[in-house]
Design a protein around this ligand. Structure first.
Ligand SMILES: [Zn+2]
Length: 509
């Protein structure tokens, strides 16, 4: 449909008639409501995620110092921020939590009256208890209130698992183009820029969507290495084609056991007339990805934890980073697995850092004992009691630091034989040299540094002389071929390695 809400059309017509449009010729003053529920849900974790695990921003706080909000204001838009719930990766979101967020957003939308556009800040891998696809529910509930003529634009992490039904409710969707991610704010700003472009030109964009039968961990979907490097390089080129606005490749999230898990591509057309052009581009992109699926590989050496430790000790590099990929906190795993610690101690490694193990009780015991005290602790294995178990250690409390200068959460550093062990009071990952500085550790002064990630985040890649990904067990098992999925659609590559597929055939069917 072509016509925006009657109110807005009337206002614009009146403004043009009276010569009140701004001198540049661009229409301003559109009312944009903003909201978001960002979460990467790992269905293998046996715990639900509740509201306390989200950073919830409301009203003007949600737009403070945000580049995308600044852009909207500079364009003369009236921004109506509502609830933005920002979570990381953890277990499935509880029904109660999701519904509370949703109802608050819908209530604000009803109270806002007529709006011209809606910007949704999403991750794309949200999964909620009792909902087959909560993101579909979310967009359908919004559409029930605003109808089909309001421009809805959403930004995503490229690890989102996106379904056709969800996309059908959106006019514009755009995903990060980098993994490890360095373009979050850039993507959100691009998304709102496209929304403004649509509003100013009275366009109602539509999205061509193709889901690919490919399920890979993000560690095989690094955008700076081939084949994805060249494939992602095509996205800006496609976006510039006549009648098109944007293009995205979703790598997907393989630790969400749902039918929609896996890769997909999107191309946004300016309007319905150009949807066929968008479909042609989406099809070509999907076919190109499919043809190169065998090239989607890990970009760093991988090994069992025993081999990773042996290789690191023998390596010429001053420091080797080892990622405990099965317990990857950034993919929602527990972060309290003890396997790597146990192996480091068994091998009597003399100079390693392990950052860190989540164990609030152990941190409290260190705080009670004080710096310099010897403690006997049972660490880790309490959250992940499927792949891990608590480990008894004795060590000296090296330091106690506040997680943030103004927070009550403490971290403890314990020296256990040759291992400098960081104990964390909550679920988080060390992804940046600043995280090490905060606990008074210089990672490059040690031979082995273990972090609970899959791929090393960019800030650590920048400093790491060498990295090995240890293929450890856990809730983020990198070897998806070995995971017993219940709901992931079949056939899918590489679980069904010999399957055939073509986007063209898919579209004709
Ligand atoms: Zn991501």
């Amino acid at each position: 449909m072509w016509i925006k809400s009657l109110t807005i059309t009337t206002i614009i017509a009146a403004a043009l008639f009276l010569g009140l449009a701004c001198t540049s010729g661009e229409k301003t003053g559109f009312r944009i409501l903003t909201a978001g529920i960002r979460h990467e849900s790992n269905t293998f974790i046996p715990y639900l995620t509740t509201a306390s695990e989200f950073t919830v921003l409301r009203g003007s706080v949600a737009t403070q110092e945000r580049a995308w909000a600044k852009f909207l204001k500079e364009e003369g838009m009236e921004v109506i921020p509502t609830l933005h719930a920002i979570g990381g990766a953890s277990g499935v979101v509880s029904k109660e939590t999701y519904e509370a967020f949703r109802e608050e957003i819908l209530e604000a939308l009803r109270a806002a009256g007529s709006v011209d556009g809606i910007f949704l800040d999403m991750h794309g891998a949200l999964h909620v208890e009792s909902y087959p696809d909560a993101q579909v529910d979310f967009i359908q509930q919004i559409r029930k209130i605003v109808g089909e003529d309001v421009v809805i634009a959403a930004s995503f992490d490229l690890h989102g698992n996106i379904s056709q039904e969800f996309i059908a409710g959106l006019n514009i969707a755009s995903a990060y183009r980098t993994a490890p991610h360095v373009d979050g704010e850039e993507t959100r700003t691009r998304t709102v820029r496209l929304m403004v472009e649509a509003l100013q030109n009275d366009l109602l964009p539509q999205i061509a969507y193709i889901r690919l039968p490919i399920l890979i961990p993000g560690e095989k979907g690094i955008t700076s290495v081939e084949p994805l490097k060249s494939l992602y390089a095509r996205l800006p080129e496609i976006s510039r084609l006549a009648g098109l606005m944007d293009a995205s490749i979703f790598v997907g999230m393989p630790w969400t056991d749902v039918n929609r898990a896996g890769m997909s591509v999107l191309v946004v057309a300016k309007d319905h007339q150009h949807l066929f052009d968008a479909q042609v581009q989406a099809e070509a992109l999907a076919n190109a990805i499919w043809e190169q699926r065998a090239g989607l590989k890990f970009d760093v050496p991988t090994a069992s934890i025993d081999d990773a430790i042996k290789t690191a000790l023998e390596a010429q590099y001053t420091t080797v980073f080892i990622t405990d990929s099965g317990d990857n906190v950034t993919a929602g795993a527990a972060g309290d697995g003890t396997l790597v610690l146990e192996r480091l101690l068994t091998y009597k490694v003399t100079d390693a850092v392990l950052a860190g193990i989540v164990d609030p009780e152990a941190v409290e015991q260190c705080v009670a004992a004080g710096v310099g005290a010897m403690v006997d602790l049972s660490v880790g294995g309490k959250i992940d009691n499927v792949f891990s178990k608590p480990l008894a250690v004795s060590g000296t409390v090296q330091s106690l630091t506040k997680e943030q200068p103004d927070s009550k959460q403490m971290d403890a550093v314990l020296q256990v034989d040759g291992v400098t062990l960081v104990l964390l009071s909550r679920h988080r990952a060390f992804t940046d040299p600043a995280h090490f500085r905060a606990v008074e550790i210089d990672p490059l002064a040690h031979k082995i540094v273990v972090v609970k990630e899959g791929y090393l985040f960019q800030a650590l890649r920048d400093i790491a002389p060498h990295a090995i990904m240890a293929l450890t067990p856990g809730f983020a098992n990198q070897l998806v071929e070995n995971i017993e999925y219940k709901y992931v659609r079949r056939p899918i590559f590489p679980l069904n390695p010999d399957m055939t597929w073509s986007a063209s055939k898919f579209m004709r069917n």
